[in-house]
Design a binder for this molecule. Sequence first.
Ligand code: ADP
Ligand code: MG
Length: 366
Amino acid sequence: MKTLISAGDLKDKKVLLRVDFDVPVENGKIIERFRIEKQKETLDHLVSHGAKVILVSHISAVDSFGELIPQLHLILGHEINFLKTVEDIPGYLNAYAGPALLENIRNFPGEKENSQELASGLAANFDLYVNNAFAVCHRNHASVSAVAKLLPSYPGLLVEEEVARLGKAINEPRAGKVIIMGGAKAETKVPVIKNFLDRADKILIGGVVANDILKEKGLDIGASIADENSAELLKGLDLARPELALPKDFRISENKILDIGPETEKEYGDIIGGASMIIWNGPMGLFENPEFAHGTQAVAEAIINSKAAKMIGGGDTITAVNKMGLLGKFDFVSTGGGAMLAFLAGQEMPGLAVLGYEPDNIKTTG
Ligand code: ADP
Ligand code: MG
């Protein structure tokens, strides 16, 4: 597997750096800096080695990066210039004056279609491509996949770290390993549960995913939210496996299961207390309502109080734990939501495959 160090001398090299600045924005203000901060190390590395860096990212919360540039400057500690079109890149690189960010790449036709045309239009300006956007590595998009085939391509330091840490989550011996899966979107979580049945001592289930499984086991879940096609989604998952832990009691409102109950909190807490490695994705309940945040809070506290190596990921999970002020107590916070799950499920990811990573040749070192 390649590393950024193996890219060699970076002096005056024109580098296309794919970053992940897909942050939430409210009233023009970036309200979650974590993803941007995680890009700083690789940007610093490239800049301090004399590379000429153009950053590329998408953002969903707003249409344009334009109004966010001064905030990016403050968070990254670099003055960031702003380029509106691909045609602006060659002129800017000629009269290079520090790193610049290209406009929201999803505004350019062909990004989501993995267009060769967009990719070659980008690649023509650069010597190297560096992908540091782990959160989009499961996407077959032009700035992630097609462009990487046209240039010498390397992972950024964050991608290296994500692969090493999450690779360890997969490959460490199963004894003492506990994975916690909650939240919604069972189609992204069930493949992880399947992959960990033989790789973890326990899989603690909560959230809508638990509703799906309980429904499938024949329990009356009333008006609870569950996936319509849960039978389909759960196909091939042996629900009788003793590694699977399901909630035994609940917090309910209007005939809906909205959180795990106190007995389940106790049982999950005891299992967490005995773990040596914990991987958590997905809140236990409808945590946005404080009445149904107890389960998520209890799990978070049990993890913090345990001696285990602690990993967490998922947009809503991070938001929930951050609100409790406990995020800093985790050993590793993945920037990947869907990408973390795809990785943990052992799926091939286009953005990683093109850099030479295959799910079964990931060696755990770090
Ligand atoms: P993440 O972003 O961390 O991967 P998800 O997006 O999969 O997590 O799921 C988070 C969402 O699931 C939250 O909005 C939460 O309110 C919701 N949720 C969890 N449990 C329940 C439940 N029992 N009923 C309804 N919504 C739930
Ligand atoms: Mg989410």
